[in-house]
Design a protein around this ligand. Structure first.
Ligand SMILES: [Fe+2]
Ligand SMILES: [Fe+2]
Length: 193
């Protein structure tokens, strides 16, 4: 399988989530309330899956390897746009998290900002995905030999495998810090998993 097959399959899951968000945003607008769990899970999906797991593989592996190749001006231009779009998506997700924290703390007016940020993400993801699927991923695979593609596939798998450990290490670390608990595990333990 081409390494981009994995990334494209992930795009399909992100698109399914966007369809759910479209329905939920209408519900939020109609009943002017939401289940904090849904927003929590939405934030987790966008942050951990769409950004860290998916954009992470694109930036840390695919784009990194493309930087080593003599790619065309057009491909370089699109790659820079994609990197900028990832930054935009990450910033919007951060703003969504801030708005949710404010709302949970009792600032009812923050709901409008939550709705706006989700709307921005609903607009953002399909366009970003289309650019990658239709104008970038397939042609840039030609820069890699079959062996290089195999290595990239393995690195993608390894990246994904570590992600679950990173996610829960972060959760436990945050809770330990909040309770001033001394850590009994070395910070680099994930390297050995
Ligand atoms: Fe991307
Ligand atoms: Fe992508």
């Amino acid at each position: 399988m081409l390494p981009i097959g994995r990334l494209m399959a992930e795009h399909r899951l992100i698109e399914r989530m966007i369809e759910i968000l479209k329905i939920e945003i209408k519900n939020i607008e109609n009943i002017h309330d939401f289940h904090p769990n849904f927003i929590d899970n939405t934030v987790d999906f966008i942050k951990t899956y769409a950004d860290q797991t998916h954009h992470g593989k694109e930036e840390d592996i695919l784009f990194r390897e493309l930087q080593k190749k003599d790619i065309s001006k057009d491909h370089k231009k699109i790659m820079n746009e994609l990197i900028e779009e990832h930054i935009f998506g990450r910033r919007t997700t951060g703003e969504l998290i801030e708005a949710k924290i404010k709302y949970v703390k009792g600032d009812i007016s923050a709901m409008e900002n939550i709705i706006n940020k989700i709307r921005v993400l609903i607009e953002f993801y399909p366009k970003h995905i289309e650019k990658e699927d239709k104008h970038f991923f397939i042609p840039v695979m030609d820069y890699f030999t079959e062996d290089e593609q195999d290595v990239m596939n393995k690195e993608f798998q390894e990246f994904d495998r570590k992600m679950i450990h990173k996610k829960y290490d972060k959760l436990v670390t945050t809770w330990e810090d909040e309770r001033a608990i001394k850590k009994k595990q070395k910070p680099d333990w994930i390297v050995y998993v």
